[in-house]
Design a protein around this ligand. Structure first.
Ligand code: ATP
Length: 266
C-alpha cells in the first residue's frame, strides 16, 4: 500500500539523484501560494538560472489564464524552474511544447507507458491529463527568462479527480510502482536541462518532429476555443517549426499561435 511518509520530499536525496555537475539550486517548501509566482518575484533579484522551488502544498496553484492547478500533499509533484536564455535569443516560441517533450523523456525512462502531449501544455497518459505545464516569461536586459512550472499527479485522490472537471490521470495507475518523487524530480530536471540547453541554441525546431510523434490528437477532429471568438474546427495536423498548431479546416490550413486558446474534442 502507498505510504506517503516513505516518499517525503528530501533535499539530500534529490541532490544525490541529480549528480554532478550541479546545474540546479533546489529549495523544498512545505507551503506557498504558487511556485511560479514565487520564482517570478525573484527574477529581478537576479536569482541564477537553474533555481528550482518544489512545494508540497500550493495554496493557489495556477494553470493558464488564472485557472487553478489542484493537488494534495504527498499525491503530486509540483515545482517550478527558472531558466535564463542566452542574450540575443528570440522570444522562446514553443517552449511549453519542448518542456512537454522533456517531461515525456523522463517519464519514459522511468517506465511510464502511453505518455502523450496535448497542444500546447498538457501531459496525458492514456488520454487523461497527468500533468500541466505553465511557462511564464519575462524579458530582462535583452535576455528572456522563463519560469517553468510543472504539476504531475502521482496518485489521484477522489476529491481531486472530482474537482478538476476533466478526465485526470495519475502515474500510479500506469506504473506497477509509482516512482519516488525525489527521483522523479531529479529525472525531470535532468531532462529539462538537456532540452533547455538545446532550445537556447536553436529554439523549438529541433523538437518539432518528436512533439508530432507524441501528439495525442494527431489526425483527429478538434475544436479550438478562444475567448470572444467563434470556435474553430478542423483536423489536428501537428505543429509548425515554431510550435504553432496546424489545423486543417474547410477553409484551408490555419496556424494557431496564441497561447490563449484551448483545444477540445468536438
Ligand atoms: P486545457 O488543458 O483545459 O486546455 P489549460 O491548458 O488552460 O486548459 P492548464 O493551465 O494546463 O489548463 O491547467 C488548468 C486546468 O487543468 C484546470 O482548469 C483543470 O481543468 C485542470 N486541472 C487542475 N488540476 C489538475 C490536476 N491535478 N490534474 C489534472 N488536471 C487538473
Amino acid at each position: 500500500m502507498h505510504n506517503k511518509a516513505f516518499d517525503a520530499l528530501n533535499i539530500e536525496i534529490v541532490t544525490a539523484a541529480l549528480g554532478a555537475p550541479a546545474l540546479f539550486q533546489v529549495e523544498i517548501l512545505d507551503s506557498c501560494e504558487s511556485t511560479n509566482t514565487l520564482l517570478l518575484n525573484r527574477v529581478q533579484q537576479g536569482v541564477p538560472s537553474g533555481s528550482v522551488v518544489v512545494c508540497e502544498r500550493q495554496t493557489a496553484g495556477r494553470g493558464r489564464r488564472g485557472r487553478a492547478w489542484l493537488s494534495a500533499p504527498g499525491d503530486s509533484l509540483t515545482f517550478s524552474l527558472l531558466w535564463r536564455f542566452p542574450a540575443g535569443m528570440p522570444p522562446p516560441m514553443g517552449l511549453s511544447l519542448a518542456v512537454g517533450v522533456a517531461a515525456a523523456h523522463a517519464l519514459d525512462d522511468l517506465g511510464a507507458a502511453g505518455v502523450s502531449l496535448k497542444w500546447p501544455n498538457d501531459i496525458l497518459v492514456d488520454g487523461a491529463k497527468l500533468g500541466g505545464i505553465l511557462v511564464e516569461t519575462v524579458s530582462e536586459g535583452g535576455c528572456h527568462v522563463a519560469v517553468i512550472g510543472l504539476g504531475l499527479n502521482i496518485h489521484l485522490p477522489r476529491e481531486i479527480a472530482d474537482a478538476v472537471g476533466i478526465e485526470a490521470g495519475a502515474l500510479s495507475s500506469v506504473m506497477a510502482y509509482a516512482p519516488s518523487r525525489n527521483l522523479l524530480l531529479a529525472r525531470l530536471l535532468r531532462a529539462l536541462a538537456a532540452v533547455l540547453e538545446a532550445f537556447g541554441r536553436s529554439g523549438f525546431a529541433d523538437f518539432a518532429e518528436e512533439w508530432r510523434a507524441r501528439n495525442a490528437h494527431a489526425g483527429q477532429q478538434v475544436r479550438i476555443l478562444a475567448e470572444g471568438a467563434a470556435p474553430l474546427e478542423g483536423c489536428c495536423a501537428g505543429v509548425d517549426e515554431d510550435g504553432a498548431l496546424l489545423l486543417e479546416t474547410a477553409a484551408g490550413m490555419r496556424r494557431i499561435v496564441s497561447g490563449e486558446v484551448s483545444l477540445r474534442k468536438p
